[in-house]
Design a protein around this ligand. Structure first.
Ligand code: CDP
Length: 568
């Protein structure tokens, strides 16, 4: 049995948050034990279908121990423990009533405790100052309720392993939309929320024609007034430019691809935006490490499509088993999850893979490679899901779905941020570019410079590595102005600061083209980017059929995680 080969950072994060501990806090498993625990637990689901368990457990173990595929954190943390809650993503409905609102708060607390993140649409809550019949008073409006969700999240720290994370969504035609858009202008507010405005096609039409659009009171269904579409669009842009919030999601586009419209309408995503879900639905994610899917020397490697195909097949099997092994805090969630059986297979290590292939992130070849590779993964994932359907039956809501061909899962692909699992795998996160080529690490009274391993290897081979260069690398996030680095390396080793928003968006769109769900991606801007730059990015994301967009202008928020919006 192979031994996992883990970096120091990986071991550190596993020890802090993933490995089992006794009641005194002493570690009682090794990383290898953890992979075995997870593999054995997830393979057990085979027994439900009279399929052999042991061989599958070995396959699952190998794939994880080789860091070729990892499931989302709750699966690694909770498989075969008391919780057995294995999904990262949930969406809960928020009804327009005291009961409904506080039910949602209670349910989200239970989900946070188990390591999952929750998304909500606040669009159904009546606007502030609207009538409350039972008390004869006036409504306080959705934003004030969001603050209670935020406070509850603060209090539940997810068992010390993960901070609670929420997504708050509001339709652009809600009468309180202005308050929502500016609700995070003050950086101290709603810290446990990412917020997104749900943009409709009617709104986009009004925006493109320079017209007004209708605001609708969700309680009465009546029009309460008109808003100027450009003004609202500009307000969103202004706030996002200021500190990255709100993001936007293209809700009608998302619902056009809703695989089970008869079961319900999609109104929100999970916290980092990559997983649109129906109310009460959950989804478990897993990611293939693309940097392990190449062969050949660095700079001239090629994608090993046979290995990738095999990995996709095993990963789909794994993620489908996770559904059977998961236990949820609410029966309603179990019912929804087992009805649609959504899974979200994605990738991490994309930019490390590009370095191995010798391609610059900001190049047409890279974008084409992204399309090819994700097209391949999506096709193979569907094939695997179809084969599982033949063996295990299609997902129960299949007859009510948009599909003609039988699948085991209503969706198969999602690009997650992989904030933690990419550290465990020792690779670049999700589909994000590198942030820097060297990082400083403070160990007791020493500062160590840690180099990006692929760059370190190349620099050694080329004989350009020395202490002086290391210092320079650690002090700047781009290598473009370092004289001793040859031009051909500068071209390939680009970091997110060197990449224009257009290339970020083109990359997101290339992946989105072949992803059932959505793509987690931050579009990074330089600090001096203008509001107009942000506006153009939003328009481009719409034009290129992205399902949403999240931007971040360098230095615009103090203490914000830069590469992903996850709150790890
Ligand atoms: O790497 P890992 O599997 O831990 O998570 P991720 O890919 O960074 O995030 C996937 C999803 O997990 C997020 O979109 C959230 O739904 C959820 N999450 C959370 O609830 N709390 C966190 N602190 C981080 C992620």
């Amino acid at each position: 049995m192979i031994e996992p080969d883990l970096s120091e950072n990986s071991i550190r994060i596993l020890e802090a948050r993933y490995l089992k501990k006794d009641p005194d806090g002493n570690l009682i498993e090794t990383p290898k034990d953890m992979f075995l625990r997870v593999a054995n637990n997830i393979a057990e689901a085979n027994a439900i279908y009279d399929e052999p368990v042991d061989k599958t457990a070995e396959e699952f173990y190998e794939m994880m121990a080789k860091l070729e595929f990892l499931p989302n954190s709750p699966t690694l943390m909770n498989a075969d423990n008391d919780l057995q809650q294995l999904s990262a993503c949930f969406v809960l409905p928020v009804e327009d009533s005291m009961d409904g609102i506080f039910d949602a708060i209670k349910n989200s607390a239970l989900i946070h405790k188990s390591g999952g993140g929750t998304g909500f649409s606040f669009s159904r809550i009546r606007p502030k100052n609207d009538i409350v019949k039972t008390t004869g008073g006036v409504a306080s409006g959705p934003i004030s309720f969001m603050r209670i969700f935020d406070e509850a999240t603060n209090t539940v720290k997810q068992g010390g392993k993960r901070r609670g994370a929420n997504m708050g969504v509001m339709r652009v035609d809600h009468p309180d939309i202005r308050d929502f858009i500016t609700s995070k202008e003050d950086e101290d507010q709603l810290n446990n929320f990412n917020i997104s405005v749900a943009i409709t096609e009617d709104f986009m039409e009004a925006y493109q024609n320079n017209e007004k659009y209708e605001l609708i009171n969700p309680r009465t269904g009546k029009i309460t007034g008109l808003e100027d579409a450009s003004e609202i669009f500009n307000l969103i842009v202004e706030m996002a430019h200021k500190n990255g919030e709100p993001g936007i999601i293209f809700l009608d586009k998302i619902n056009e691809e809703n695989p089970t419209p008869e079961i319900g309408e999609i109104e929100s995503t999970n916290p980092c935006g990559e997983q649109p879900l129906l109310p009460f639905e959950a989804c478990n994610l897993g990611s293939i490490n693309l940097s392990k899917m190449t062969e050949g020397p660095i700079g001239e490697a090629e994608i090993n499509y046979d290995k990738l195909a095999e990995t996709v097949k095993k990963a789909v099997h794994f993620l489908d088993n996770v559904i059977d092994m998961s236990e949820f805090p609410l029966d309603k969630i179990t019912e929804m999850v087992q009805g649609n059986r959504k899974i979200g297979l994605g990738v991490m290590g994309y930019s490390d893979m590009l370095l191995k292939l010798g391609l610059a992130y900001n190049s047409q070849e890279a974008v084409e490679t992204a399309e090819n590779i994700m097209g391949f993964i999506n096709k193979k994932a569907r094939e695997a899901s179809h084969k599982l359907a033949k063996r295990r039956g299609p997902f129960p809501n299949f007859e009510k779905s948009i599909y003609e061909k039988e699948y085991r899962n209503a969706t198969t692909t999602t690009i997650a941020p992989t904030g933690s699992i990419s550290i465990i795998a020792g690779t670049s996160s999700g589909i994000e570019p590198l942030f820097a080529l060297a990082y400083e690490r403070h160990v007791i009274d020493e500062t160590l410079v840690e180099l990006h391993p692929i760059f370190a290897q190349i620099a050694e081979e080329r004989g350009i590595m020395n202490d002086e260069l290391k210092e320079k690398l650690a002090s700047q996030s781009s290598i473009q102005k370092i004289d001793e680095i040859p031009d051909d390396l500068k071209e390939i080793f680009v970091t997110s600061h060197d990449i224009t928003p257009e290339w970020h968006i083109k990359t997101q769109a290339a992946f989105q083209k072949y992803v059932d769900n959505a793509v987690s991606k931050t579009i990074n801007f330089k600090n001096n980017a203008s509001k107009n730059d942000v506006k153009e990015a939003y328009e481009l994301a719409y034009k290129l059929d992205c399902k949403g967009i999240t931007i971040y202008r360098d230095g615009s928020r103090s203490g914000q995680v830069l590469t992903t919006k996850s709150s790890d």
